[in-house]
Design a binder for this molecule. Structure first.
Ligand SMILES: NC(=O)c1ccc[n+]([C@@H]2O[C@H](COP(=O)([O-])OP(=O)(O)OC[C@H]3O[C@@H](n4cnc5c(N)ncnc54)[C@H](OP(=O)(O)O)[C@@H]3O)[C@@H](O)[C@H]2O)c1
Length: 269
Protein backbone atom coordinates (compact mmCIF):
# COMPACT_ATOMS: atom_id res chain seq x y z
CA UNK A 1 0.00 0.00 0.00
CA UNK A 2 1.53 3.32 -1.03
CA UNK A 3 -0.95 5.94 0.21
CA UNK A 4 0.60 7.99 3.03
CA UNK A 5 -0.78 7.29 6.50
CA UNK A 6 -3.43 9.88 7.47
CA UNK A 7 -2.56 12.29 10.30
CA UNK A 8 -4.14 15.43 11.78
CA UNK A 9 -1.58 17.80 10.21
CA UNK A 10 -1.60 16.08 6.79
CA UNK A 11 -4.09 16.55 3.99
CA UNK A 12 -5.17 15.59 0.49
CA UNK A 13 -5.68 18.60 -1.76
CA UNK A 14 -8.43 17.82 -4.30
CA UNK A 15 -9.07 20.22 -7.18
CA UNK A 16 -12.48 20.33 -8.81
CA UNK A 17 -14.06 19.02 -5.61
CA UNK A 18 -17.28 21.03 -6.04
CA UNK A 19 -18.92 18.35 -8.22
CA UNK A 20 -18.67 15.06 -10.08
CA UNK A 21 -15.54 12.92 -9.89
CA UNK A 22 -13.60 15.36 -7.67
CA UNK A 23 -16.36 15.38 -5.05
CA UNK A 24 -16.36 11.57 -5.06
CA UNK A 25 -12.55 11.37 -4.80
CA UNK A 26 -12.75 13.66 -1.75
CA UNK A 27 -15.43 11.37 -0.25
CA UNK A 28 -13.33 8.26 -0.98
CA UNK A 29 -10.24 9.76 0.68
CA UNK A 30 -12.24 10.81 3.74
CA UNK A 31 -13.67 7.27 3.98
CA UNK A 32 -10.04 6.10 4.22
CA UNK A 33 -9.33 8.57 7.05
CA UNK A 34 -7.60 11.37 5.10
CA UNK A 35 -8.26 15.03 5.77
CA UNK A 36 -9.01 17.05 2.64
CA UNK A 37 -8.56 20.55 1.27
CA UNK A 38 -11.27 21.18 -1.30
CA UNK A 39 -10.41 23.50 -4.21
CA UNK A 40 -12.67 24.89 -6.97
CA UNK A 41 -14.40 28.21 -7.81
CA UNK A 42 -17.90 27.52 -6.36
CA UNK A 43 -17.17 28.17 -2.70
CA UNK A 44 -20.72 27.48 -1.47
CA UNK A 45 -20.62 23.92 -2.88
CA UNK A 46 -17.20 23.31 -1.28
CA UNK A 47 -18.36 24.67 2.10
CA UNK A 48 -21.44 22.39 2.08
CA UNK A 49 -19.29 19.35 1.23
CA UNK A 50 -16.65 20.26 3.84
CA UNK A 51 -19.34 20.56 6.53
CA UNK A 52 -20.71 17.15 5.62
CA UNK A 53 -17.27 15.49 5.48
CA UNK A 54 -16.12 17.07 8.78
CA UNK A 55 -18.97 15.29 10.55
CA UNK A 56 -17.03 12.03 10.09
CA UNK A 57 -14.24 13.41 12.29
CA UNK A 58 -11.62 14.31 9.65
CA UNK A 59 -10.51 17.85 8.91
CA UNK A 60 -12.05 19.24 5.70
CA UNK A 61 -10.98 22.72 4.59
CA UNK A 62 -12.07 24.91 1.68
CA UNK A 63 -9.80 27.01 -0.53
CA UNK A 64 -11.79 28.67 -3.31
CA UNK A 65 -9.57 29.31 -6.32
CA UNK A 66 -9.81 29.78 -10.06
CA UNK A 67 -7.17 27.40 -11.40
CA UNK A 68 -7.01 29.20 -14.75
CA UNK A 69 -5.36 32.07 -12.83
CA UNK A 70 -1.59 31.67 -12.40
CA UNK A 71 -1.44 33.90 -9.31
CA UNK A 72 -4.25 31.92 -7.65
CA UNK A 73 -2.33 28.69 -8.27
CA UNK A 74 0.90 30.19 -6.96
CA UNK A 75 -0.90 31.22 -3.73
CA UNK A 76 -2.17 27.71 -2.94
CA UNK A 77 0.93 26.33 -1.12
CA UNK A 78 0.99 29.34 1.25
CA UNK A 79 -2.76 29.13 1.84
CA UNK A 80 -2.42 25.45 2.77
CA UNK A 81 0.60 26.20 5.01
CA UNK A 82 -1.45 28.95 6.76
CA UNK A 83 -3.92 26.21 7.74
CA UNK A 84 -1.03 24.35 9.43
CA UNK A 85 -1.31 21.47 6.94
CA UNK A 86 1.11 19.63 4.65
CA UNK A 87 -0.15 18.19 1.37
CA UNK A 88 0.62 14.45 1.32
CA UNK A 89 -1.79 13.70 -1.54
CA UNK A 90 -2.39 15.98 -4.54
CA UNK A 91 -5.39 15.26 -6.76
CA UNK A 92 -5.40 17.28 -9.99
CA UNK A 93 -8.98 16.60 -11.03
CA UNK A 94 -10.43 20.01 -12.08
CA UNK A 95 -11.11 20.03 -15.79
CA UNK A 96 -13.43 20.96 -18.60
CA UNK A 97 -13.82 20.48 -22.34
CA UNK A 98 -14.79 22.62 -25.27
CA UNK A 99 -16.84 21.03 -28.04
CA UNK A 100 -16.78 21.31 -31.81
CA UNK A 101 -14.28 21.79 -34.61
CA UNK A 102 -11.16 23.92 -34.21
CA UNK A 103 -12.26 25.77 -37.36
CA UNK A 104 -15.12 27.41 -35.41
CA UNK A 105 -13.48 27.49 -31.96
CA UNK A 106 -13.28 30.45 -29.56
CA UNK A 107 -9.57 31.10 -28.82
CA UNK A 108 -10.28 32.32 -25.26
CA UNK A 109 -12.29 29.19 -24.43
CA UNK A 110 -9.54 26.95 -25.85
CA UNK A 111 -6.83 28.73 -23.85
CA UNK A 112 -8.93 28.61 -20.65
CA UNK A 113 -9.37 24.83 -21.09
CA UNK A 114 -5.65 24.28 -21.67
CA UNK A 115 -4.78 26.46 -18.66
CA UNK A 116 -7.01 24.36 -16.34
CA UNK A 117 -6.59 20.89 -17.90
CA UNK A 118 -2.87 21.07 -18.69
CA UNK A 119 -0.97 24.05 -17.26
CA UNK A 120 -2.54 23.83 -13.78
CA UNK A 121 -1.65 20.11 -13.53
CA UNK A 122 2.04 20.74 -14.24
CA UNK A 123 2.06 23.89 -12.11
CA UNK A 124 0.60 22.23 -9.00
CA UNK A 125 2.87 19.18 -9.38
CA UNK A 126 5.90 21.51 -9.51
CA UNK A 127 4.66 23.33 -6.41
CA UNK A 128 3.72 20.33 -4.21
CA UNK A 129 5.86 17.33 -5.29
CA UNK A 130 9.26 18.69 -4.05
CA UNK A 131 8.10 18.74 -0.41
CA UNK A 132 6.62 15.23 -0.78
CA UNK A 133 9.99 13.93 -2.03
CA UNK A 134 11.75 15.68 0.88
CA UNK A 135 9.37 14.00 3.35
CA UNK A 136 9.78 10.66 1.49
CA UNK A 137 6.02 10.16 1.31
CA UNK A 138 3.21 11.30 -0.94
CA UNK A 139 0.88 10.57 -3.81
CA UNK A 140 -0.27 12.41 -6.93
CA UNK A 141 -3.50 11.46 -8.70
CA UNK A 142 -3.88 13.28 -12.02
CA UNK A 143 -7.23 12.87 -13.79
CA UNK A 144 -6.76 12.28 -17.52
CA UNK A 145 -9.35 10.45 -19.68
CA UNK A 146 -9.66 7.55 -22.11
CA UNK A 147 -9.58 10.45 -24.60
CA UNK A 148 -5.83 10.51 -23.86
CA UNK A 149 -5.21 7.28 -25.79
CA UNK A 150 -6.05 8.60 -29.27
CA UNK A 151 -6.70 11.90 -31.08
CA UNK A 152 -10.24 13.18 -30.42
CA UNK A 153 -11.72 15.12 -33.35
CA UNK A 154 -14.59 17.26 -32.02
CA UNK A 155 -12.66 17.77 -28.75
CA UNK A 156 -9.15 18.08 -30.21
CA UNK A 157 -7.67 20.36 -27.54
CA UNK A 158 -9.27 18.35 -24.73
CA UNK A 159 -7.95 15.00 -26.03
CA UNK A 160 -4.47 16.44 -26.59
CA UNK A 161 -4.53 17.98 -23.11
CA UNK A 162 -5.44 14.65 -21.53
CA UNK A 163 -2.66 12.94 -23.59
CA UNK A 164 -0.31 15.46 -21.95
CA UNK A 165 -1.63 14.55 -18.48
CA UNK A 166 -1.21 10.81 -19.16
CA UNK A 167 2.34 11.13 -20.55
CA UNK A 168 3.37 13.63 -17.86
CA UNK A 169 2.07 11.45 -15.04
CA UNK A 170 3.73 8.27 -16.36
CA UNK A 171 7.02 10.19 -16.59
CA UNK A 172 6.55 11.70 -13.12
CA UNK A 173 5.92 8.24 -11.63
CA UNK A 174 9.07 6.98 -13.37
CA UNK A 175 11.12 9.83 -11.90
CA UNK A 176 9.74 9.20 -8.43
CA UNK A 177 10.83 5.53 -8.18
CA UNK A 178 12.45 4.92 -4.80
CA UNK A 179 11.40 8.29 -3.30
CA UNK A 180 8.35 7.02 -1.38
CA UNK A 181 6.11 9.15 -3.64
CA UNK A 182 3.89 7.71 -6.41
CA UNK A 183 1.88 9.20 -9.26
CA UNK A 184 -1.18 7.72 -10.99
CA UNK A 185 -3.06 8.89 -14.08
CA UNK A 186 -6.78 8.14 -13.74
CA UNK A 187 -8.31 7.67 -17.21
CA UNK A 188 -12.12 7.50 -17.02
CA UNK A 189 -14.40 6.81 -19.96
CA UNK A 190 -17.80 8.55 -19.95
CA UNK A 191 -19.24 9.52 -16.54
CA UNK A 192 -22.56 11.28 -15.95
CA UNK A 193 -21.44 14.46 -14.12
CA UNK A 194 -21.71 18.21 -14.77
CA UNK A 195 -18.93 17.77 -17.37
CA UNK A 196 -21.06 17.02 -20.44
CA UNK A 197 -23.49 19.84 -19.84
CA UNK A 198 -20.65 22.33 -19.20
CA UNK A 199 -19.05 21.27 -22.50
CA UNK A 200 -22.35 21.69 -24.36
CA UNK A 201 -23.09 18.01 -25.03
CA UNK A 202 -26.69 17.01 -25.57
CA UNK A 203 -27.14 14.11 -23.12
CA UNK A 204 -29.09 11.97 -25.62
CA UNK A 205 -26.40 12.51 -28.30
CA UNK A 206 -23.62 11.58 -25.86
CA UNK A 207 -25.47 8.42 -24.78
CA UNK A 208 -26.10 7.48 -28.43
CA UNK A 209 -22.41 7.93 -29.35
CA UNK A 210 -21.07 6.02 -26.32
CA UNK A 211 -22.62 2.60 -25.52
CA UNK A 212 -24.08 2.04 -22.03
CA UNK A 213 -21.40 -0.50 -21.04
CA UNK A 214 -18.71 2.21 -21.22
CA UNK A 215 -20.39 4.49 -18.66
CA UNK A 216 -19.18 4.32 -15.06
CA UNK A 217 -20.48 6.14 -11.99
CA UNK A 218 -18.41 8.95 -10.46
CA UNK A 219 -18.19 6.85 -7.25
CA UNK A 220 -16.70 3.86 -9.10
CA UNK A 221 -14.27 6.11 -10.97
CA UNK A 222 -13.13 7.75 -7.73
CA UNK A 223 -12.59 4.37 -6.05
CA UNK A 224 -10.62 3.08 -9.06
CA UNK A 225 -8.36 6.16 -8.94
CA UNK A 226 -7.66 6.04 -5.20
CA UNK A 227 -7.15 2.24 -5.34
CA UNK A 228 -4.76 2.72 -8.29
CA UNK A 229 -2.71 5.28 -6.34
CA UNK A 230 -2.72 3.06 -3.25
CA UNK A 231 -1.45 0.10 -5.31
CA UNK A 232 1.26 2.22 -6.97
CA UNK A 233 -0.22 1.82 -10.48
CA UNK A 234 0.95 4.47 -12.99
CA UNK A 235 -2.38 4.27 -14.87
CA UNK A 236 -5.90 3.41 -13.64
CA UNK A 237 -8.75 2.90 -16.13
CA UNK A 238 -12.22 2.36 -14.61
CA UNK A 239 -14.33 -0.44 -16.11
CA UNK A 240 -13.38 -3.45 -18.28
CA UNK A 241 -14.87 -1.97 -21.47
CA UNK A 242 -12.75 1.17 -21.13
CA UNK A 243 -9.61 -0.90 -20.45
CA UNK A 244 -10.18 -2.93 -23.64
CA UNK A 245 -11.02 0.27 -25.56
CA UNK A 246 -7.79 1.92 -24.39
CA UNK A 247 -5.68 -1.01 -25.67
CA UNK A 248 -7.52 -0.96 -29.00
CA UNK A 249 -7.16 2.85 -29.33
CA UNK A 250 -3.39 2.64 -28.77
CA UNK A 251 -2.88 -0.23 -31.25
CA UNK A 252 -5.25 0.89 -34.03
CA UNK A 253 -3.62 2.75 -36.95
CA UNK A 254 -4.59 6.39 -36.41
CA UNK A 255 -4.98 6.87 -40.20
CA UNK A 256 -8.01 4.51 -39.97
CA UNK A 257 -9.23 5.37 -36.46
CA UNK A 258 -9.38 9.18 -36.69
CA UNK A 259 -11.85 9.37 -39.63
CA UNK A 260 -14.16 6.90 -37.83
CA UNK A 261 -14.05 8.97 -34.62
CA UNK A 262 -14.64 12.19 -36.59
CA UNK A 263 -17.69 10.70 -38.33
CA UNK A 264 -19.27 9.65 -34.99
CA UNK A 265 -18.50 12.60 -32.69
CA UNK A 266 -21.65 14.54 -31.66
CA UNK A 267 -19.64 17.80 -31.66
CA UNK A 268 -19.02 17.47 -35.40
CA UNK A 269 -22.62 16.68 -36.46
N1 LIG B 1 -17.36 13.19 -16.94
C1 LIG B 1 -16.68 12.52 -17.86
O1 LIG B 1 -17.25 11.89 -18.75
C2 LIG B 1 -15.17 12.50 -17.80
C3 LIG B 1 -14.49 11.53 -18.55
C4 LIG B 1 -13.11 11.49 -18.51
C5 LIG B 1 -12.40 12.41 -17.75
N2 LIG B 1 -13.08 13.36 -17.04
C6 LIG B 1 -12.29 14.31 -16.26
O2 LIG B 1 -12.68 14.24 -14.91
C7 LIG B 1 -12.39 15.48 -14.26
C8 LIG B 1 -13.59 15.90 -13.45
O3 LIG B 1 -14.68 16.10 -14.34
P1 LIG B 1 -16.19 15.80 -13.92
O4 LIG B 1 -16.70 14.80 -14.86
O5 LIG B 1 -16.30 15.53 -12.47
O6 LIG B 1 -16.86 17.19 -14.33
P2 LIG B 1 -17.61 18.32 -13.46
O7 LIG B 1 -18.67 17.70 -12.62
O8 LIG B 1 -17.98 19.38 -14.45
O9 LIG B 1 -16.46 18.86 -12.50
C9 LIG B 1 -15.43 19.70 -12.95
C10 LIG B 1 -14.76 20.31 -11.76
O10 LIG B 1 -13.68 21.16 -12.22
C11 LIG B 1 -13.78 22.41 -11.56
N3 LIG B 1 -13.25 23.49 -12.38
C12 LIG B 1 -13.53 23.78 -13.66
N4 LIG B 1 -12.89 24.90 -14.04
C13 LIG B 1 -12.19 25.33 -12.94
C14 LIG B 1 -11.36 26.45 -12.67
N5 LIG B 1 -11.12 27.39 -13.60
N6 LIG B 1 -10.82 26.58 -11.45
C15 LIG B 1 -11.08 25.66 -10.47
N7 LIG B 1 -11.86 24.59 -10.67
C16 LIG B 1 -12.42 24.43 -11.89
C17 LIG B 1 -15.28 22.60 -11.31
O11 LIG B 1 -15.48 23.46 -10.18
P3 LIG B 1 -16.05 24.96 -10.21
O12 LIG B 1 -16.98 25.07 -11.39
O13 LIG B 1 -16.72 25.11 -8.90
O14 LIG B 1 -14.82 25.81 -10.33
C18 LIG B 1 -15.72 21.18 -10.94
O15 LIG B 1 -15.51 20.94 -9.57
C19 LIG B 1 -12.00 16.46 -15.37
O16 LIG B 1 -10.60 16.59 -15.42
C20 LIG B 1 -12.50 15.76 -16.64
O17 LIG B 1 -11.76 16.14 -17.77
C21 LIG B 1 -14.44 13.42 -17.04
Amino acid sequence: MTLPTPAADRTALVTGASSGIGEQIARELVRRGHGVVLVARRKEKLVALAEELSASGVRAEVLAADLSDRDARADLPNRVADLGLTVDILVNNAGLSTLGPIATSDPDAEMNMIEVDVVAVADLCSRFVPAMVERKRGGVLNVASTGAFQPLPGQAGYGAGKAFVLSYTRALDGELKGTGVHATALCPGPVDTGFGEAAGFDKADAEAALPAFMWETAEAVAKCGVDGLDKGRPVAIPGPANRVGAVFAQLAPKRLLVPILASRHPGLK
